[in-house]
Design a protein around this ligand. Structure first.
Ligand SMILES: [Fe+2]
Ligand SMILES: [Fe+2]
Length: 326
């Protein structure tokens, strides 16, 4: 669910529509020249980085161990550095999803690797979305570079392999057939496009952090509010043309994709804590992970649930949507 207002998309009533349909796709495509964030003047909106540098880079409440006594006892400068690196890692997670999962899948959709993308408007929607995604990478890498300069970061941990991609690549490594790997990429992209606004909205509406950081998330979310309905509509065309084996793999992988895409990245948190030399890093992570409900950043996958229902594959999806809640 997105907080982006329909007016910002240049369309009306999209979120109140019970079902996305071909006419929605047509309106989203027509709105793109007005809506697309790629038109945004980067220099303008990134300009405030050094001005408000006293504010946190990342929301404190999203750091899962923020209240752990050993972390609270760490020197303030170290805690501030963890906060900055958390913001960098957030951007890196988005970039990794765009560059290594969404963009290869949009390219496959454009090249006819998956059947059903035949209508001109479907091809147009794929190209527009692909352009948006490439721009998002540029936007987030620019944000990271500005932060690096503003916070005088010389060394940084390697955040380029988030849990989301690692889990996908573990699964594709087990598959010998190209079509199997392609379907897994498609599942990660579809679930990703339908849910990413939950991840972006974590920062987009936040008033405690540097305003440029929430703005980057808000601008990105504006595009993704269109991508979700577009991908849902495209999938209805693709799914009916898949073979039984492809459909089975698609439906059977959705649960794993949901758990991966919402996962708290404890391996990365651990690296960040150790990078900053926070004492008892191992203990902080172990204690945090042992608490119930700390394995996923959010559990609202109602947008995925809607598509699953529309594709009539509820009984084959290994995820309990009734637990969906923020
Ligand atoms: Fe994106
Ligand atoms: Fe997207």
């Amino acid at each position: 669910m997105s907080h982006v207002q329909p007016q910002e998309l240049g369309i009306e009533n999209i979120e109140s529509e019970p079902h996305v349909g071909p006419s929605t796709l047509r309106r989203l495509i027509a709105a793109w020249p007005r809506r697309a964030t790629i038109r945004t003047d980067m220099a303008d909106f990134m300009g405030s980085e050094t001005v408000a540098s006293g504010l946190p880079d990342y929301p404190e409440h999203l750091i899962p161990f923020a209240k752990h006594p050993n972390f609270v006892d760490a020197p303030e400068a170290s805690r501030r550095l963890v906060n900055t690196l958390a913001w960098q890692a957030y951007n890196a997670r988005v970039i990794a999803a765009e560059e290594h999962v969404a963009n290869p899948t949009f390219a496959m959709l454009a090249h006819g690797v998956f059947p059903g993308i035949d209508r001109y408007e479907a091809k147009e929607a794929v190209q527009q979305s692909h352009i948006d995604e490439v721009w998002h990478t540029y936007m987030h890498m620019t944000a990271m570079q500005r932060t690096k300069g503003a916070r005088s970061l010389t060394l940084e941990p390697d955040y380029s392999h988030p849990v989301t991609n690692k889990r996908l690549f573990e699964l594709t490594a087990q598959r010998s057939e190209k079509w199997e790997r392609d379907i897994l990429f498609l599942v990660w992209t579809v679930v990703g496009e339908l849910h990413i606004n939950n991840f972006l909205e974590l920062l987009a509406q936040d008033k405690t952090i540097h305003p440029m950081h929430s703005l980057v998330a808000r601008l990105h979310a504006r595009d993704e509010a269109a991508h979700g309905p577009i991908v849902a509509e495209l999938m209805k065309d693709v799914f009916i043309h898949l073979t039984k084996e492809q459909r089975d793999l698609f439906a059977g992988s959705i649960g794993e994709a949901i758990r991966a895409l919402a996962a708290e990245d404890y391996e990365l948190w651990s690296e960040i804590l150790q990078f900053v030399s926070i004492p008892s890093a191992v203990e902080i992570i172990a204690d945090t992970r042992s608490l119930p409900g700390t394995d996923m950043i959010f559990t609202d996958f109602s947008t995925v649930e809607r598509l699953v229902r529309e594709l009539e594959i509820e009984d084959r999806v290994d995820y309990d949507f009734t637990k969906s809640a923020r």
